[in-house]
Design a binder for this molecule. Structure first.
Ligand code: AMP
Ligand code: GLY
Length: 420
């Protein structure tokens, strides 16, 4: 069985390492992969957004199955294009990936099907948005409609900030055409929970819940990042909350997509806020989260490839999916200065005993040596029986890795520990 994985971050490295546990897996190609992934897959320099290049690669190699991991190729129709060449894929088609690709679409879907989410208004005219914000409740949450590298959400505490956000997104087009429309929504409060799920369009199987740490600094201070660390499971996701989410959010979403002729097959990510009025959807992602995957997949007991193929075949209801009882913690090691500017090209040393715990995100091979090439360099995951142990072990492992300008948060898991 030869597998093609599209993408090149820590999430893709976690997917590839998990796929490798299946003895039937022979070659894994990663497009583009990265210098660290190269230890576990054959990396080729084809960009994840180059759909034509990906299809050409797939046609000229004996690919049996493809996993499309990042949002952009999914929204651009990478699965549709590979399926047209007869290659079965894990991931939604473009018609379904729109659940992440357009916030206007997902908000309207939730309104139409009564799925709990923040109250909102949609604007395509900046003047109307500015007028609305003159009297709108503060803080106001302003979201660009389309993909914006995870940066398209602004929480405005003052009217001036809100006006500036509208001008940046709609007039200066900070995120290009993604800002042709915006959503302005009610500010919600409560702990956030990420729930990734496997779904074949009929059956939805939630994976173990997780908690991201998005801000750059300790104590949730500083700029928003792609994620500085994760823990799983999330203590706020109690059995009662899980049952309510299944009934009021997960199943209604899957059914709504099917009713709209946009059947979703792949990993559907529910970004939830547990408000005093119950769980509400903050966002949907049409893919595995990063760095959530780096704590969720290490807890998966079932064979990932078997589950993925059941999703593709529409036979998920007959496929057991189990997670081990335990806890995982992933600490992201970044380059000092991330998410703004940072140096690159520094050699990374990882002792052999740490390597199985490492998911490489931003590193390249230079003269046979692994060097930093991105803001988030790698994630280190530990699994243990308790959260305390998982956190302690993840930090102990992180200390064994060295590179110039290494930066990490020192409080990953602290909030989860306090909540228990
Ligand atoms: P997103 O890019 O959609 O993941 O949003 C980024 C972050 O903005 C989320 O993780 C939340 O912390 C925050 N956020 C988004 N929508 C809201 C909302 N309606 N109320 C409060 N916080 C929000
Ligand atoms: N960690 C959040 C995301 O993958 O969008």
């Amino acid at each position: 069985m030869n597998i093609l994985v599209i993408g090149g971050g820590g999430r893709e490295h976690a997917i590839i390492k998990k796929l490798r546990e299946n003895p039937e897996v022979e070659t894994i190609w990663a497009l583009p992969g990265n210098g660290g992934i190269a230890a576990d897959a054959v990396c080729e320099p084809v960009k994840a957004t180059d759909i034509e290049g990906i299809v050409a690669f797939a046609k000229s190699h004996p690919v049996d199955y493809a996993v499309v991991a990042p949002d952009d190729p999914l929204v651009l129709g990478c699965v549709d294009a590979l399926e047209a060449e007869g290659i079965p894929c894990f991931g939604p088609r473009a018609r379904a990936a729109i659940i992440e690709g357009s916030k206007v679409f997902s908000k309207n879907l939730m309104k139409k099907y009564g799925i709990p989410t923040a109250a909102y208004e949609v604007f395509d005219d900046p003047a109307a948005a500015l007028r609305y914000l003159e009297t709108a409740p503060l803080p106001a949450v302003i979201k660009a409609d389309g993909l914006a590298l995870g940066k398209g959400v602004l929480i405005a505490m003052t009217r001036e900030e809100a006006f500036a956000a509208v001008r940046e997104i709609m007039e200066e087009k900070k995120f290009g055409a993604s800002g042709n429309q915006i959503v302005i929504e009610e500010f919600l409060e409560g702990p956030e929970v990420s729930v990734l799920s496997f779904t074949d369009g009929e059956t939805v199987v939630p994976m173990v819940s997780s908690m991201d740490h998005k801000r750059a600094g300790d104590g949730d201070t500083g700029l928003n990042t792609g994620g500085m660390g994760t823990v799983a499971p999330n203590p706020y996701y109690t059995e009662a909350v899980a049952a309510e989410c299944m009934e009021r959010i997960f199943l209604p979403t899957i059914r709504a997509m099917k009713a709209e002729d946009r059947e979703f097959r792949g990993c559907l990510y529910f970004g939830l806020m547990i408000t005093k009025d119950g769980p509400k959807v903050i966002e949907y992602n049409c893919r595995f989260g990063d760095p959530e995957t780096q704590v969720v997949l290490p807890l998966l007991e079932s064979d990932l490839l078997t589950v993925m193929r059941a999703v593709t075949a529409g036979t998920l209801s007959a496929c057991p999916v189990t997670f081990r009882n335990g806890h995982a913690c992933c600490v992201v090691l970044a380059s000092e200065g991330y998410p703004l500017s940072y140096g690159k090209g520094y050699e990374i040393t990882i002792p052999p005993q740490t390597l199985p715990h490492v998911y490489v995100a931003g590193a390249a091979l230079k003269d046979g040596k692994l060097v930093t090439s991105g803001g988030r360099v790698l994630g280190v995951t530990a699994v243990a029986d308790t959260l305390e142990e998982a956190v302690r072990e993840a930090y102990a492992l992180s200390d064994t890795i060295a590179f110039k300008n290494k930066y990490m948060r020192h409080d990953i898991g602290r909030r989860a520990l306090a909540a228990k």
